[in-house]
Design a protein around this ligand. Sequence first.
Ligand code: AMP
Length: 407
Amino acid sequence: MAQESSPMAMRQVKTVADVDLSGKRVLVRVDFNVPIAEEKVTDDTRIRAALPTIEFLLNRSAKVILMSHLGRPNGQKNLKYTLRPVAQTLSSLLRRPVLFLDDCIGQKVLETIDELDEGSVVLLENLRFYGQEEANDAKFAAQLAKYGDAYVDDAFGTAHRAHASTVAVPKLLPIRVAGFLLAKELEFLGAKTSHPERPFVVVLGGAKVSDKIAVIDALLDRCDSMIIGGAMAYTFKLALGESVGKSLVEPDRVNDARRALQKAQEKNVKLLLPVDTLCSDGLNVEKRTIGATQIVDKDIPDGWEGVDIGPKTVRLFGKAIAAAKTILWNGPVGVFEIPESARGTYAIAKFVAESKAVSIVGGGDSISALNSSGYAKDITFISTGGGASLEFLEGKELPGVMALQVK
Ligand code: AMP
């Protein structure tokens, strides 16, 4: 089929809105991998993110069977990683009972599901209590598949993993569609960055070139300007022959940086690097201390390391962001854990939030900067993806998405 081989970003998967799920038993893979302390959910963002799909199914009188992983129990039943507290939070958000089952497979689970009324919500226990989940085991998947007449994937964060609940289960069910959250991730990270409104400005930060080089390479084919900040920028500075003092660099990635600079030139992409740098002589992230600081324009002196972009760079990056019609931002441009070296990252958050462009933000640190500065509400789309977002932007096929029906 022509569609099956279309590039990942172009793949138009069916969603819950494209199929008739009324009254059906719908097995939904969600990402309820949330932080829990003292048996209480401490951040319900991921649970809230799944509500539109769950509510849509309930409005159609479906029987909703939710499955997720939580943490890394390594294939063992370990109650430290139970999903029970999630059921309570979900129940109060939905304002209706959520039946928690203390296992995800077995006769008892099957019988309970067989007797469900329309409009019921069930949450299964942590899938990763069984090693077969991550092993994409066919027998384990067959047991899970028995609970559903249809499969919905709304867990973008695990779509890059071929696990039983993301790949083997959907293959066994006749209806296999995306939930609204997954569909939105695919729309924003796929279509909106493949056919962006231009200028398309990409802002990348973070610690390592090695983590982002594939994304840099893929996005250089699509964007008009690329801003590189964070420790990554110093490996690029090395490639340009500048001194970086004792900044965090990856000497074995200098060639990659050089190739990216060359590609940017060939593709006529403006690649912007910091023109000034806040340097420190005594950074200690764990102790949250920074020592003495100074701002330098170009070369970073011996004994000093770059910890944030300087004020001229803030203005330069701000101007590029203000001109954008589409913005993709992933990663902090400095050591944002320490207030003295967080200014650059907060300035980026403000520029992106104030822009009228389609803004797409991913990566835990960028999102946390947006949340703590109150700008999250001004962003068009915040990706929940992490590793999956980067792989998708790189143009890789995501096994969880490949398992779904196309339009
Ligand atoms: P990543 O996980 O690759 O997005 O990187 C995030 C981390 O990069 C954060 O913990 C930041 O503290 C770190 N980072 C950003 N800029 C710098 C820098 N100039 N020097 C050292 N670490 C940095």
